[in-house]
Design a protein around this ligand. Structure first.
Ligand SMILES: C[C@@H](O)C(=O)SC[C@H](NC(=O)CC[C@H](N)C(=O)O)C(=O)NCC(=O)O
Ligand code: NI
Length: 131
């Protein structure tokens, strides 16, 4: 049985990204592997076994092309309305809250917020199918 362990995104500024994921989602650095050309930073909330891996290519300053393939990384929260207000107060400008009902019935309430490199992060109300 394969075990899902992480997703990786490439970021330009390690400190900026670590601060964003800590302030918005309580992720902290579980492991940091530094090499001559790049650094791998593994973020965890200390409970979930899955991590977010940040790759920092040293000397890279031009923004990554995220393309039209990348969608989002998702978190669930206890109170999505309160988190929307809190992340707004932090100055990260989340998009509006959505009651997502593609077939007429609401299947999720969520919002998106862009991380410092432009990766969209989905924040979903916990409950229903989202434990
Ligand atoms: C250890 C494991 O979690 C990894 O993800 S290492 C994968 C490896 N990463 C790198 O070489 C980092 C620097 C590279 N310039 C990059 O930006 O990825 C790798 O094979 N990366 C290629 C990839 O497509 O992920
Ligand atoms: Ni990896």
């Amino acid at each position: 049985m394969a075990k899902y362990v992480h997703s990786m995104i490439r970021v330009l500024d390690e400190a900026r990204s670590v601060e964003f994921y800590d302030r918005c989602f309580g992720l902290t650095v579980a492991e940091r592997l530094d090499f001559p050309d790049f650094t791998l930073v593994y973020l965890s909330n200390g409970e979930s076994e899955t991590e977010l891996e940040l790759t920092v290519n040293k000397g890279r300053s031009d923004p990554y092309a995220l393309g039209d393939g990348y969608g989002h990384v998702a978190f669930t929260v206890d109170d999505v309305d309160a988190e929307h207000a809190r992340i707004t107060d932090l100055g990260y400008a989340p998009r509006k809250l959505v009651d997502f009902a593609p077939g007429g019935e609401v299947i999720a309430r969520f919002f998106f917020v862009a991380d410092p490199d432009g990766y969209q992060i989905e924040v979903i109300q916990r409950g229903g199918r989202y434990r």
